[in-house]
Ligand binder design. Structure first.
Ligand SMILES: Nc1ncnc2c1ncn2[C@@H]1O[C@H](COP(=O)(O)OP(=O)(O)OP(=O)(O)O)[C@@H](O)[C@H]1O
Length: 828
């Protein structure tokens, strides 16, 4: 743990094993190992109702923040532990704003969609409220000073990158809305088997072979790392396994992995099986044994393959395999199972059958049981002799487990009784009937029952005992098996990333402490699958203090002429302009996805990438209006921006696509310029920002002045004004160019999409006037030359008309007027 809690609130429904674990940590600290974490934390189980999402949301909405300097309440974003370090102040329902308004405001600080985070925060607030009530009398002003919450913020666990649900969805890292917060709820809940649609994770999901691998891979994608060691270890391993000399080993590893199960689940079932609480009281189902045996066998094969990995001596994963895959123990596990379980017979009989030669008593019982058949024939013959002639042709003696031996005799359809039921002085006892037969016990069979007893039951019981012993023996190796299974999950993830690197043509990124982003030939891993010819693009920028254009970060192509002649610094903010459909959004997302994938430890879609460690990726990308969010698109925009501005550090990456589009264009432009300015003014604390905007007035009207950290880019389009068809005028080239594009070619785009030519022509006229700064209201009143002549004529006619003395002869006057002014189109 990297936080320093004094108390940990846990739900009373929490599994005992977790509580034990927390207690153990506490004891360790008590024993003097507390230096790293400060004081040992106290575990306080609370009713699970305090963790409920809905009530927690209300509690948050009613929360009044005290902005004086004071203690903080912080919520971990994956939401596994919530820590209230100090007391805080909570308003007693006297919310200073409406609940709805307050919730909207909250959404700008924390992810109110995250059920776990919000639920846990509710428990903290309930705890603080209780404390306050217990310490102070109602209305005591001192309570206010003691119990106050000055701010609410989200942070992520050390070593992982902050990405919230919005980012994961807008970048299409994962598909479904319900997934993002399942990542901290343990492997059992992470839906390993579920289908993943068209998403970045989805591309790799199917490449993992084991259920445990899929669970872990999902965790990799939901919690990218910021730990260079972890990332580089993954990248190194991928690198080694990609080497051609290791192809054979990689294939062998993949093949072996595809045969194994998750030993954690298998061990749980094994325990349930032997404790009789699980499936079938008669011992664990056969598949468990087959699963464990296969696992032991393939784990040994995996170990062999790793031994042969060329140049992999220093790979951490190889060392883990060598350390934890104990050959003799695994072999022992496999051998014990093979020696005891008869897999063929088990399959036949649908239960666990113990092999011959394992147990003497069992073998004898089985021998007798097998000999029963001929014995039954003999007894049947003996019984038949006592049955009158003519009735004794179809008599059998049968054995049913638990019921014992029975005489089966055909049934008389009229009476419903057997055609013979023993002699009068020695009647048979009827047990039951089936459609054609009636079943009886007589002295002979009762004697047999007492002699043989429930032989079948005894066989089963003995087998259960033996298998129970086997289960206990195997459970002694539980740690070995589950650890090996977890390591297999890691290998599986790496192999999925290896296969992905091959399939999707990815390269190894270079992760660095420098706050740089230098991507050459970057691609959008999903978009390139749906277009025939994807054009790669470069990105070069630096966050924080900025980096001078050193040799290694010198822009490579003509697309990147020197960005800032004056100070030679790389920009922190790149604003992309350009026509609709020119590729801006795709570019923005591709940069974020490359950075994201690098932190997962995967190779990336680029020809080269140097990527500085990034603590957060936040996006303002319009993708959806969540049904679960009762908010307008613009409100979501504002909340996303607000979260981004609150949380961004100079190590963060912000993707801002068309911010401000959803409102009045003046407000929108102003807001967008405000946000960009604010970020630039942070100076050394400026995150890396890539934005796209259509608001040209931001630049033209000087809302956003040139800044040393600011660079512009645009996407090239070829314009052919001579083309007769307006929709043939524009060709998209999709390549990034430095500098601003002044035209958004919106009208050409409109024509391309079928808007009538008259409309687009008129639009072009107005765009030109607007660009010249002319008043559009006036401009709309401007009429063409022809219209002007017509209006002048009409005016003349009107004047002549009013000058006429109509009373003399109106008709003649009108005729004269019209004839004299025959060219008055208006009147004629
Ligand atoms: N680098 C590329 N290579 C090939 N095709 C591309 C590339 N980038 C984008 N495209 C194609 O162009 C289409 C439009 O791209 P995108 O949505 O990024 O445009 P945009 O400039 O953001 O448009 P708008 O301003 O309307 O949002 C994509 O759907 C894709 O088919």
């Amino acid at each position: 743990m990297f936080i320093d809690p004094t108390i940990i609130l846990v739900s009373s429904k929490l599994d005992d094993s977790v509580l034990d674990r927390l207690d153990l940590e506490r004891k360790n600290m008590d024993d003097g190992d507390s230096t790293a974490y400060g004081m040992p934390a106290l575990c306080s189980p609370r009713p699970s109702s305090e963790f409920l999402y809905d009530s927690a949301r209300c509690r948050l909405a009613d929360l009044k923040l005290d902005h004086e300097d004071g203690p903080k309440v912080t919520f971990t974003t994956p939401g596994d532990v919530v820590i209230g370090r100090d007391e805080g102040y909570i308003a007693d329902g006297d919310a200073f704003e409406t609940r709805q308004g307050q919730l909207l405001k909250l959404a700008g600080w924390i992810d109110v969609e995250s059920r776990v985070t919000v639920g846990c925060s509710g428990a903290v607030l309930a705890y603080i409220r209780r404390k306050r009530a217990a310490t102070f009398l109602p209305g005591d002003a001192a309570a206010r000073a003691m119990h106050r919450i000055s701010t609410i913020e989200m942070f992520t666990l050390a070593g992982s990158m902050f990405v919230n649900a919005d980012t994961l969805l807008s970048l299409q890292i994962v598909q479904s809305e319900s997934h993002p917060h399942s990542h901290n709820q343990g492997p059992a809940k992470a839906n390993s088997g579920s289908k993943e649609g068209f998403s970045v994770y989805g591309l790799f999901h199917n490449l993992a072979r084991t259920p445990q691998g899929r669970v872990l891979l999902r965790q990799y994608f939901l919690r990218p790392s910021t730990n260079l060691e972890v990332i580089n270890e993954r990248l190194d391993t991928i690198n080694f396994l990609l080497r051609t000399e290791n192809t054979e080993q990689t294939e062998a590893l993949t093949k072996n992995l595809s045969k194994i199960k998750n030993m954690r689940t298998v061990m749980i079932n094994l325990r349930k099986g032997i404790s009789g609480t699980g499936p079938g009281k008669k011992g664990p189902p056969n598949s468990i044994w087959a699963g464990i045996r296969l696992f032991a066998y393939h784990a040994l094969q995996i170990k062999d393959s790793f031994q042969e990995v060329f140049g992999g001596d220093r790979l951490a994963i190889r060392n883990k395999v060598m350390k934890h895959f104990h050959g003799t123990q695994l072999a022992d596990v496999g051998k014990s199972i093979t020696e005891i379980i008869d897999f063929e017979l088990s399959l036949d009989q649908g239960r666990n059958v113990v092999k011959h030669g394992v147990d003497h008593d069992l073998d004898e019982l089985k021998q007798t049981y097998e000999g029963l058949e001929s014995l039954l024939v003999q007894v049947a013959q003996h019984v038949a002799q006592s049955v009158p002639e003519g009735l004794n042709t179809d008599i059998n003696v049968v054995f049913f487990p638990q019921i014992g031996f029975l005489i089966a005799i055909p049934q008389d359809p009229i009476t419903g009784h057997g055609i013979f039921e023993g002699h009068e002085d020695d009647p048979w006892e009827k047990m039951f009937t089936t459609e054609d037969f009636a079943y009886y016990k007589n002295e002979n069979v009762i004697e047999m029952d007492s002699y043989f007893g429930d032989i079948y039951g005894r066989i089963c019981d003995r087998e259960i005992e033996i298998i129970h012993e086997l289960a206990e023996k195997i459970l002694q190796h539980e740690d070995l098996l589950t650890t090996a299974s977890d390591i297999c999950a890691e290998i599986d993830c790496i192999l999925a990333l290896v296969q992905g690197a091959k399939d999707y043509n990815l390269v190894r990124p270079r992760l660095t402490e420098s706050n740089i982003l230098d991507i050459r030939g970057g691609r959008h891993i999903l978009q390139e699958k749906v277009v025939s010819n994807f054009i790669p693009n470069d990105t070069l920028m630096a966050g924080g203090e900025g980096l001078p254009l050193a040799e290694q970060y010198e822009p490579s192509s003509e697309n990147f002429p020197r960005l800032h002649e004056q100070n030679n610094m790389l920009p922190s903010m790149v604003l992309v302009t350009g026509p609709n459909f020119s590729g801006k959004s795709v570019y923005l997302k591709q940069v974020a996805i490359v950075v994201f994938m690098a932190h997962v430890g995967s190779f990336v879609p680029a020809s080269r990438a140097d990527i500085g460690v990034t603590d957060k990726i936040m996006t303002r990308v319009a993708t959806r209006e969540s049904v679960s969010r009762n908010q307008s698109a613009f409100m979501i925009d504002l909340q996303q921006i607000s979260v981004a501005l609150n949380l961004a550090t100079n190590r963060s990456l912000l993707i801002i696509d068309e911010f401000g589009k959803g409102t009045d264009s003046h407000d929108g432009a102003g807001l967008a310029a405000g946000v960009f300015n604010h970020l630039l003014e942070r100076g050394d604390q400026c995150p890396k920002v890539i934005g796209a905007t259509h608001f040209h007035e931001i630049f033209e009207s000087g809302f956003l002045l040139p800044h040393e950290r600011l660079a512009f880019g645009h996407f090239e389009v070829r314009v052919d004004p001579h083309s007769r068809q307006i929709n043939e005028q524009l060709t998209y080239l999709y390549n990034y160019k430095q500098g601003r594009s002044n035209n958004s070619y919106g009208t050409v785009c409109a024509a391309l999409n079928g808007i009538p030519v008259e409309v687009t022509n008129r639009a072009e006229e107005l765009v030109l006037l607007a660009a010249r700064g002319e008043d559009l209201v006036q401009a709309c009143a401007v009429v063409s030359e022809r219209e002007r002549e017509e209006l002048e004529d009409a005016e003349d006619v009107a004047k002549a008309f009013f000058a006429m003395r109509v009373s003399d002869d109106p008709k003649a006057s009108l005729r004269e007027l019209l004839e004299g002014k025959g060219s008055y189109g208006v009147l004629s």
